[in-house]
Write a protein that binds this ligand. Structure first.
Ligand code: G3I
Length: 369
């Protein structure tokens, strides 16, 4: 509610206009502040970007590591639970739900006016062991899928407005992987999952998320075919997450073409798990620090990637999320068993050249397509 000062009526013309201007300016700022209170406030690396810039978060580290926590507060306007909203954490045993860490992340995000992106309701990579031995028939498996999705989405209700409903359902050739859900429910498990999520949160943004769909090949075409099948069944998918676990050798042009293709079909585009490897083949051996030229390459790659992302229609720009804060936090070091420096901050949480690259990408001119 904006209150117009009654004193403005008694002012002579110039002062009356000044009063009016003050009122208009105040009103705008208040309204602006109100809308910002509900939207992720751009900050840090994302300052000036018209889309959310986020990171995945390990809640245990968030609670234990001050540098990790303050960097996330300062630099990012969106957070994704790296593991703490996955089925193996949320439902460690049948009908036993564990919300502690996920709720802590939601509280943190609310305190810092950050968006929470829900990840991931259905993924074979985070299906708890007990599911593998679940003895039910098709109806029971359907009930299990529905219960997990609707309990999880229902628990977070309005605090998590977007979900990766199904993660990594495809093989490299674009066919559906024969995961535990496929084996018990057939190809329809994907449609069932989106249907159950939509029933639980009609207003939520529902995403299909996958890796290596940023190429120009069979896997992207498989994803587009999957989305088309879902659409033909009347199931609304709002967006596509390109994980983009990539490397400095990759082609930004190819990524751009894939993003544009998906955006043209009306989907939001989320670069959902970005890391940019410098040492993908292990060619840097046991180096303890990356060479300067590799860091320069990473800066250029990130700059070009952000510039390409900004070429998307603004209405399709859901955001860019990095899969980790500092190089010391990356999952890749455990996965690849060799040194890797794929993120925006170094082990001391200091911005790397890639951070500057991101800022340069945000400032780059958007060339009309
Ligand atoms: O928390 C337990 C700890 O109590 C235990 O002592 C330890 C050793 O067993 O494991 C810890 O859990 C690990 C968890 O990360 C938390 O650190 C799991 O074993 C480990 O499997 C899990 O790895 C995560 C993986 O997804 C599986 O959930 C990675 O951190 C995470 O970066 C990775 O992220 C995935 C995306 O969700 C989907 N896209 C691919 C991406 C990379 O694999």
């Amino acid at each position: 509610m904006l209150f117009i000062s009654s004193s403005s009526a008694s002012l002579h013309r110039p002062r009356r206009l000044a009063g009016l201007f003050t009122w208009l300016l105040t009103g705008t700022l208040l309204l602006g502040a109100a809308s910002c209170a509900t939207l992720p406030r751009p900050r840090g690396v994302g300052m000036g970007a018209a889309f959310a810039v986020g990171t995945c978060v390990n809640v245990g580290k968030l609670q234990a590591n001050a540098a990790y926590r303050t960097t996330i507060e300062r630099e990012f306007s969106s957070v994704t639970a790296e593991t703490d909203m996955k089925m193996d954490v949320i439902q460690p045993r049948l009908n036993t739900f564990e919300w502690t860490k996920a709720d802590a992340l939601v509280r943190f995000a609310r305190q810092h006016r950050q968006r929470v992106h829900g990840h991931a309701l259905v993924w074979h990579g985070s299906t708890p062991k007990w599911v593998e031995q679940f003895p039910g028939d098709t109806a029971a498996w359907d009930g299990l899928l529905r219960q997990h999705i609707q309990t999880t989405v229902g628990h977070f209700k309005k605090q998590v407005k977007a979900w990766d409903v199904v993660n990594e359902a495809l093989e490299g050739d674009g066919s559906l992987s024969h995961t535990v859900w496929y084996n018990h429910l057939g190809p329809s498990y994907v449609a069932r999952a989106f249907r159950y999520a939509r029933q639980a949160a009609p207003q939520a943004l529902l995403f299909y998320n996958d890796w290596d769909i940023e190429g120009e090949g069979a896997k992207l075409n498989g994803a587009l075919a999957l989305l088309a099948r879902l659409k033909a069944q009347g199931i609304r998918v709002d967006g596509v997450g390109f994980q983009l676990h990539t490397s400095v050798g990759a082609s930004v042009g190819t990524v751009s073409a894939a993003m544009q293709k998906v955006a043209a079909l009306g989907y939001l585009v989320h670069l959902s798990e970005v890391d940019v490897e410098l040492n993908r083949q292990g060619q840097l051996g046991a180096a303890t620090q990356p060479p300067a030229e590799a860091l320069a390459q990473q800066r250029q790659f990130v700059r070009d990637l952000v510039a390409a992302y900004r070429q998307l229609p603004p209405a399709r720009q859901y955001g860019i999320t990095f899969w980790g804060v500092s190089d010391g936090d990356t999952w890749l070091r455990g996965f690849k068993h060799h040194p890797e420096w794929p993120l925006l901050f170094d082990e001391q949480y200091q911005p790397k050249p890639a951070y500057e690259g991101f800022r340069e990408g945000v400032a780059a001119p958007v060339v009309a397509r």
